[in-house]
Design a protein around this ligand. Structure first.
Ligand code: ADP
Ligand code: MG
Length: 145
């Protein structure tokens, strides 16, 4: 587990960008944290690191999945409105998580219960105060400083 502190939107973006540069293909990243914690911001940074226009990343709250193509395919899920875990599988979303040329990012990952996933990293974000966020990356390959 590696703990980071960021003090601005830009710092969180930068952390996401560096994280994406080291990402393993086929990896799934589960994001935890309240609304406004910075999940989408971190994913915007990841997009940048994957050669995807970061402006293309938004919280698709009315849409569960957005697909972006860069150095790897980025599958950006926002499961906030998902009613239950079965719905995720009924839509065949788990197929995307298995794309060896892809990276999947799941906001509100607590909504689903995934078993037998490939490489998985958990990222928890916490709103500490105004612009300060605590970001915990549960993976030994997290970027250092
Ligand atoms: P989430 O996807 O978790 O709901 P967002 O990334 O969409 O969160 O929103 C985070 C909000 O907090 C943005 O409005 C952003 O400008 C603001 N913010 C302030 N400080 C930070 C920080 N250190 N990291 C990320 N976002 C921050
Ligand atoms: Mg979001």
């Amino acid at each position: 587990m590696t703990k980071f502190y960021t003090d601005s939107f830009e710092e969180t973006m930068k952390l996401g960008e560096r994280f994406a540069q080291k990402i393993e293909q086929g990896c799934t990243i589960l994001f935890f944290g309240d609304l406004g914690a910075g999940k989408t911001t971190f994913i915007k940074g990841m997009a940048q690191g994957l050669g995807i226009e970061s402006d293309a990343i938004s919280s698709p709250s009315f849409q569960y999945l957005k697909i972006h193509q860069g150095r790897l395919n980025l599958y950006h899920f926002d499961l906030w409105r998902l009613e239950n875990c079965e719905q995720f599988f009924a839509q065949g979303f788990d197929e995307f998580l298995q794309d060896p040329q892809g990276v999947s990012c799941l906001e509100w990952a607590e909504k689903i219960n995934l078993i037998q996933l490939g490489p998985t990293i958990k990222i928890s974000l916490q709103h500490e105060r105004e612009n300060r966020r605590i970001i915990e990356i549960q993976d030994e390959k997290a970027p250092t400083s």
